[in-house]
Design a protein around this ligand. Sequence first.
Ligand code: COA
Length: 167
Amino acid sequence: MVEKKLSKSSFKSSLKIRVRRARISDAAFLSDLSEELGYPSTKNEMIFRLKNILSDPSHAVFAAESAEKSVIGWIHVCVRNCVESNSFAEIVGLVVAHQARGKGIGALLMQEAEKWSLRKRLHVICLRSRTSRKQAHQFYKHRGYKITKTQRVFIKGFESLSRINIS
Ligand SMILES: CC(C)(COP(=O)(O)OP(=O)(O)OC[C@H]1O[C@@H](n2cnc3c(N)ncnc32)[C@H](O)[C@@H]1OP(=O)(O)O)[C@@H](O)C(=O)NCCC(=O)NCCS
């Protein structure tokens, strides 16, 4: 057990991962990773979104950067203000590059999002995850998250507007 932890932690440090705020210049990396998450988007679409999101203090996007300066994971967290409940934090998206999974990077990103939520004095953090993402569910449970309900997601497109990508 100790040996596993030791070898794992030395592997983590040998990876030299830095978690920092995402930047507009990360757009190409973020869109590639977004595709791995199942949401393909172009670099230009990502630039447009990041411009809105990064300038909004109720949102934060953190990037995990490798020693080679590639972004190999990202997490997006925001404040959710609701009429029916106190404000809480919501993890809107999380992905780690396929080849970098299982090395503690997702955990580092979650920690950063949780620290951000605490700094915002939010007492609850939640996330939604497709029922098919069984591995991610294990990951969240392992980090202390509990399933409180299941939901149906309803969407409606407005044909007068250009294509939407919120499936
Ligand atoms: C889910 C995801 C973000 C996890 O990131 P990761 O970097 O692979 O996970 P980590 O290596 O940080 O795992 C952290 C801990 O969770 C545990 N864990 C990870 N996956 C697990 C699994 N499938 N079952 C049980 N435990 C798991 C690890 O053992 C580790 O525990 P430890 O710190 O005690 O050793 C990543 O697998 C991913 O990008 N998946 C595809 C996209 C996705 O599903 N995103 C979530 C959308 S809701």
